[in-house]
Design a protein around this ligand. Structure first.
Ligand code: ADP
Length: 299
């Protein structure tokens, strides 16, 4: 589910005087791994466009990065759209999604709008995401309980690299298409209790793998667990809400839209919740200030 309120704006300006790409994130010029990741992605853009020019890249996220809120997904989707437009690549939504995946796997999902499915595929050609329902298909809300704003100690890429050391990763992957089928069906039929059960299982499995990796990765903190237990209690009381956690301690509480205010009120009462970011389903990548490039919509 794309989130309407969590956004990245990225500008790519080709500068023929540059000897390398320069990347500024939220006003701070980047170096080290974040810069190398962007430079390596720009290398793909240069290859696809047969260009040797470097660029000034300026990006702003309106939410904390490296905190389990998928800034890398949002960031590389925005970069894929902006950079491909700047270098004159006219890409279909499918190819843009394929391209974004090369920056961050989950960025493939932030290109198409609304509720999307990422086809695992076997090669780069067939691993991309597609809309399964538009943003207005189901009035859900994601109320993100922020517990920690600081960057996590171990980023998602490092987490992915050790997942195979967990003895349960194989079972998790084997069962993936079953969970995906249930999730897709739940979204299509707007069946909240089926959705709740499957997203909580999926999240618990992800964290079980990380906890049982070598070295173990414990992304939750005490308050994350407290919220997870509360959400399960609220659901028993009849409030359609479910939790899911990305690679970080912050908890996404998904609920039916009309319960958003009630969920925010309840989350606000939990000690240790620093802020709550609510969002409804949203569109994917779009071009700001440019018409019809990459066949993407304007806002
Ligand atoms: P998150 O949970 O926020 O996705 P990750 O560890 O997966 O955390 O990714 C964080 C990394 O994503 C950052 O260190 C940075 O390298 C990259 N990133 C975040 N925002 C952007 C952006 N707007 N443009 C390019 N890269 C970004």
């Amino acid at each position: 589910m794309n989130l309407a309120s969590l956004q990245t704006k990225t500008e790519v300006r080709i500068d023929t005087s540059l000897k390398q790409d320069i990347f500024t994130l939220n006003g701070i010029q980047q170096s080290g791994v974040p810069l190398e990741r962007v430079q390596s992605f720009m290398g793909i853009i240069r290859k696809w466009s047969e260009s040797s020019d470097y660029s000034l890249i300026n990006s702003e996220n309106n939410f904390p990065d490296s905190a389990g809120l998928a800034s890398s997904a949002s960031g590389f989707a925005a970069l894929a759209a902006a950079a491909s437009a700047a270098y004159g690549l006219e890409l279909s939504t499918k190819d843009l999604s394929r391209l974004a995946r090369r920056g961050s796997g989950s960025a493939a999902r932030s290109i198409p709008s609304g509720f999307v499915e990422w086809y695992a595929g076997h090669t780069d050609e067939d691993s991309y995401a597609k809309t399964i329902a538009p943003a207005d298909h189901w009035d859900l809300a994601d109320c993100i309980a922020i517990i920690k704003k600081e960057p996590k100690e171990t980023g998602s890429t490092a987490g992915h690299q050790i997942a195979a050391t967990s003895p349960i990763q194989k079972a998790r992957v084997l069962d993936c298409s079953r969970r995906l089928d249930i999730c897709r069906q739940a979204i299509k039929e707007k069946d909240f209790s089926a959705l709740a059960e499957i997203i909580e299982l999926d999240s618990n499995l992800l964290h079980a793998v990380m906890m049982s990796s070598t070295p173990p990765l414990l992304y939750w903190c005490g308050i994350s667990l407290e919220i997870m237990k509360q959400v399960a209690r609220w659901r028993k009381e009849g409030i359609p809400a479910a939790y899911t956690l990305d690679a970080g301690p912050n908890v996404h509480v998904i609920c039916e839209g009309k319960y958003q205010d009630e969920i925010i009120k309840r989350l606000d009462e939990i000690t240790g919740v620093l802020a709550i970011l609510p969002s409804r389903p949203g569109n994917g990548a779009c071009m700001l200030g440019l018409d019809k490039i990459n066949n993407l919509p304007t806002p």
